[in-house]
Ligand binder design. Structure first.
Ligand SMILES: [Zn+2]
Ligand SMILES: [Zn+2]
Length: 389
């Protein structure tokens, strides 16, 4: 089955919604206008229940199928927030707000799910309930987690979650998905090394924290290269070193900051443990001391087996088997849909955005030609998962 006809008929209209959202980007939890537009449209489509203010500014729409023998509710999730980037696309519908931009395509995600909502509210050709989830603050802020903390699963009795993200570089009309980790856990670490400051001309009377810090960076690089199983994946990047104030003074302290990206909880635990071992002992061997604070960010986005195969089958119905990569390369970026997948099984899929600029760049734009593909995927996913009679 290719693109649904009825969705193709809405294409121009959904594109107009997308461009309106694009012109009015809002960041983090401050997505008041966007959430207002979403709630208003859901009500206009005749969605049975529209709940606003979940997770501060999140919106949930519930559509009842023709029957509810299954008693099952599945959650389809889109994100609504933009980024603090100054747009340089030159598009006629470019951001009207200086310094804010939909540089991750969440305008497209929101518009596609609205398109699917309209279709599903019109046809209701399914047995059970569909929860349309529009979340704030994906780009930092963990809006998805805040919606869960507000009772998203319990309030609507959601048994599975599905998410989608547009993917620059993947051809238009293609999908990519994989079982297991598809987006990384994004952790940060903060190291403080304390030595003994003093005169730069008398190093023998000091413990130079800069020497410790620079050599510690090299030692930290052995965690991934020498300690981790080569068949596992991880990134450990030191991104900041701060120390010293004068050319003739040896500093008292040095600070190292960095990020760890992993695709597996066990690898994540292992790297955190190695950091905790290396940092104090390494400093001690120089006569210095060091502390580390390891801060966990978004967890690994883990696609469950059965739901991932199911999602890939749905994508195959829309675009054909040769356009669905069932073993797509994972990304070392983070995604707070991970919290929903930790709460319930489900799957997160990449949707080809064609040869566009990369996500989070000032020339990126969501590809409106992907709208019928993504919206058809949502509709078929609901109809197939909650097959009527
Ligand atoms: Zn993003
Ligand atoms: Zn994004």
């Amino acid at each position: 089955m290719p693109i649904l006809n009825r969705i193709a008929e809405f294409h121009d209209e959904i594109t107009a919604w997308r461009r309106d959202l694009h012109q009015h980007p809002e960041v983090l939890f401050d997505v008041h206008r966007t959430a207002g537009v979403v709630a208003e449209k859901l009500r206009a489509f005749g969605v049975d229940e529209v709940v606003t203010g979940l997770g501060r500014t999140g919106v949930v729409g519930i559509i009842n199928g023709k029957s509810n023998r299954s008693g099952k509710t599945i959650g389809l999730r889109a994100d609504m927030d933009a980024l603090t980037v100054t747009e340089k696309t030159g598009a006629a519908y470019a951001s009207s707000i200086l310094g804010k931009m939909h540089a991750c395509g969440h305008d497209g995600h929101t518009a596609m799910l609205l398109g699917a909502a309209r279709y599903l509210a019109e046809t209701r050709n399914f047995d059970g309930r569909v929860a349309l989830i529009f979340q704030p603050a994906e780009e930092g802020g963990g809006g998805g987690k805040v919606m869960l903390d507000d009772g998203l699963v319990e309030k609507f009795d959601i048994s599975e979650f599905y998410g989608m993200h547009n993917w620059p570089g993947m051809p238009l009309g293609h999908f990519g998905i994989r079982v297991g980790g598809i987006m990384a856990a994004t952790d940060r670490f903060y190291i403080t090394i304390t030595g003994q400051g003093g005169h730069a001309a008398r190093p023998q009377q000091t413990v130079d924290p800069i020497i410790v810090a620079t050599q510690m960076v090299t030692a930290l690089q052995t965690i991934v290269s020498r300690n981790l199983d080569p068949l596992d994946n991880a990134v450990l990047s030191v991104t900041m070193i701060e120390a010293g104030e004068a050319d003739n003074v040896i500093s008292q302290t040095a600070k190292i900051t960095g990020t760890v990206r992993t695709l597996d909880g066990k690898v994540q635990d292992f790297i955190e443990q190695r950091l905790n071992e290396i940092v104090p002992q390494f400093a001690q061997s120089f006569g210095a001391s060091a502390t580390i604070r390891y801060a966990r960010g978004y967890p690994v986005t883990v696609n469950s087996e059965a739901e991932t195969q199911f999602a890939a089958d749905v994508a195959t119905e829309i675009v054909g088997a040769d356009r669905v990569d069932r073993d797509t390369a994972p990304s070392m970026g983070g995604e707070d849909f991970s919290f929903m997948l930790n709460a319930r099984p489900g799957a997160y899929i990449f949707l080809g955005n064609g040869a566009s600029s990369e996500l989070h760049t000032d020339t990126y734009d969501f590809n409106d030609e992907a709208i019928p593909v993504g919206a058809s995927y949502w509709v078929r996913l609901a109809e197939k998962k909650l097959a009527a009679g």
